[in-house]
Design a protein around this ligand. Structure first.
Ligand code: NAD
Length: 272
């Protein structure tokens, strides 16, 4: 998709940047002129995305980073400041669900362990807070910046089975509003914190829930999702890029504390 905003001279940090959604966002930010630091637990995959950006003529760094370990984030910040000089944009993309924190025939609510629930809560919520502390500090110093969090449809009304993921994404939406107000009141009127809430995209984190691994046909849950999405399809990474670029750009100069659903009207539909 050929979307254009002018991000030349901007430096973007994308956590979870080797994942399906955030690799697409990293490429799109770079295609619009930003220098991109691709951060991911999977260092090789992060470097793979960065190498693809460089092959296309952009500037990028790929770094192995754990968003749940502050020293790891701080080391990445030093590296990025050394290479690119600043941070203008942070996309908090690392997140997701885990089968072990999902109820089903083989695992009832009563079987879920505290450890597995905590892992999903931490990855999505703390994994958004800690990078916002580490890279938000650079934004406070320069009195300007853009943070974009990734929420979910599960944040509006919890989705069945995904107990921890639904709660964690509700926390991410709540945090988005909190951070927007906090940065404005305490530090700068020029720091904006928003979120996108993607509808259902078919990716590795949910493929096992939405398609039959043997036949590739929609599971009953997949059929339910499509029936509950008035646009009648899953989203694609490209569907998210317009909103991400908009939020990064000065066109969104008064958009702050917002959670934007990009969901084919899933959240708007009561089912009746
Ligand atoms: P993905 O699994 O493809 O990508 C997530 C990336 O995060 C992976 O590359 C993984 O290695 C990385 N990661 C995991 N733990 C990490 C850690 N501790 N530190 C650093 N990196 C870590 O998932 P995706 O589908 O691209 O999802 C990206 C974001 O969008 C997530 O927050 C997800 O919850 C959210 N989301 C996805 C969908 C969807 O339909 N796919 C819908 C709504 C929201």
């Amino acid at each position: 998709m050929d979307l254009k905003v002018d991000l030349r001279g901007k430096v973007a940090v994308v956590t979870g940047g080797a994942g399906v959604l955030c690799a697409g966002m990293s490429l799109s930010l770079a295609g619009n002129g930003a220098k991109v630091a691709v951060l991911d637990l999977r260092a090789d995959a992060a470097e793979g995305v960065a190498a693809e950006i460089r092959r296309k003529g952009g500037s990028a760094l790929g770094l192995g980073v754990d968003v749940l370990a502050k020293p790891s984030l701080e080391a990445a910040r030093s590296h990025i400041l050394h290479e690119f000089g600043t941070v203008d944009i942070l996309i908090n993309g690392a997140g997701g669900n885990m089968p072990r924190a999902t109820t089903g025939a083989e695992r009832t609510f009563f079987d879920l362990t505290a450890e597995d629930i905590r892992m999903v809560m931490d990855l999505n919520f703390l994994g958004t807070v800690l990078p916002s502390q580490v890279f938000g500090k650079v934004m406070v110093e320069k009195q300007k910046g853009v943070i974009i969090n990734i929420s979910s449809m599960a944040a509006y009304t919890p989705l069945t089975r995904t107990i921890a993921y639904s709660a964690a994404k509700a926390a991410v939406s709540n945090l988005t509003a909190w951070l927007a107000v906090h940065f404005n009141q305490e530090y700068s009127k020029e720091i904006r914190v928003n979120a996108i809430a993607p509808g259902f995209l078919l990716t590795e984190q949910n493929r096992y829930l939405l398609t039959d691994i043997n036949t590739g046909e929609p599971t009953p849950r997949g059929q339910q999702v499509l029936a509950a999405t008035p646009m009648g399809r899953y989203g694609a990474v490209d569907d998210l890029l317009g909103a991400v670029l908009f939020l990064c750009s000065d066109a969104a100069s008064f958009v702050n504390g917002a959670v934007i659903p990009i969901d084919g009207a899933f959240a708007a539909y009561s089912g009746v």
